[in-house]
Design a protein around this ligand. Structure first.
Ligand SMILES: [Zn+2]
Length: 140
């Protein structure tokens, strides 16, 4: 997370969203880094407005990611092995950068809040995706 924040200009506000039960995880992700935790503090309506005003979104494959995709926002999705088709190019008519670790579930996916295939996503890959993403989109 520190490396990802290092390539995002200080003038760009970083928001960490989620539900009420995600607050401890949001605090862990944020640590001592800059950014504001909005997990558990917004309504869906407010979240849609926040996404609409955002310059980019990094999200696990939740409704937030789909809202960002529908709004045409620059988007990086960290997806589980069971949602391959949700992020196919045809779904949103454009290429969306998707990061996954499907091979972890080669023996079968075990459904839980944070499945193994999501936890196995390498943060270095996310960092490189943000870096590459910015190079192509010039969003920062
Ligand atoms: Zn899986």
């Amino acid at each position: 997370m520190e490396r990802i924040c290092s390539i995002i200009p200080e003038s760009t506000e970083i928001l960490i969203s989620g539900g009420v039960k995600d607050i401890p995880y949001a605090e862990k992700i944020k640590g001592k880094l800059r950014g504001k935790i909005i997990a558990g503090k917004t309504t869906l309506n407010e979240m849609v407005n926040i996404i609409n005003e955002s310059i980019a979104v990094i999200s696990v494959d939740t409704g937030i990611a789909h809202i960002a995709a529908h709004l045409g926002k620059p988007l990086i999705v960290l997806r589980s092995c069971v949602s391959y088709n949700w992020w196919a190019r045809e779904q949103y008519g454009r290429e969306i950068r998707v990061i996954s670790a499907d091979s972890v579930c080669a023996g079968g996916h075990i459904a839980k809040d944070f499945p193994d295939c999501l936890n196995a996503i390498n943060i270095d890959e996310v960092f490189l995706a943000v870096k590459d993403f910015n190079k192509k989109s010039k969003i920062f």
